[in-house]
Design a protein around this ligand. Sequence first.
Ligand SMILES: Cc1cc2nc3c(=O)[nH]c(=O)nc-3n(C[C@H](O)[C@H](O)[C@H](O)COP(=O)(O)O)c2cc1C
Length: 157
Amino acid sequence: MIQVVYASRSAVPLGDQLTMLSAIQAVSYRRNAERSITGFLINDGQLFYQALEGPGSGVAALLDRIRQDPRHSDMRVLAESSIQVRGFAEWSMVSWMRTAATLGIFARHGLSDRLDLRSVQASRVLALARDLQACETAVRRPRSFRASVKPRALATR
Ligand SMILES: Cc1cc2nc3c(=O)[nH]c(=O)nc-3n(C[C@H](O)[C@H](O)[C@H](O)COP(=O)(O)O)c2cc1C
């Protein structure tokens, strides 16, 4: 299996980001589960950060498709690693936006909306996602909801 982390620049106006993210989330959640791909997508208002993990050919094909998507540009792969264990096994796709509630978490990882795409590091993106996940798990999502959204293709392994 491989894990790829990338950053890109959103091409959608700020006011439309949430609608866009919801649309991407809805498609990705289903499609990624079908392909045994897990990961997350973060939108900070200007930049996207995404990690995708799963079989090498599946992740590569998905990245090719995402790269063509006009809703973002300047996709920059920050890291590609061979993995034995998934870092985000629980989600075929989970997305977070930078909101008033999560502002502090983004700031703690030095990922602000004025960041230069070239200075983003994969390790920071992964650490940010782990913190957002912990916050989500602890505060925002009751256990029953987490269990019910577990993708079937992955849950049956
Ligand atoms: C930043 C970003 C991340 C995306 N992530 C995924 C993803 O993880 N899985 C996925 O199926 N589509 C993802 N998409 C959407 C794809 O680009 C594409 O629109 C979608 O898979 C539908 O493909 P189709 O038009 O070939 O049916 C993403 C799009 C963007 C802009």
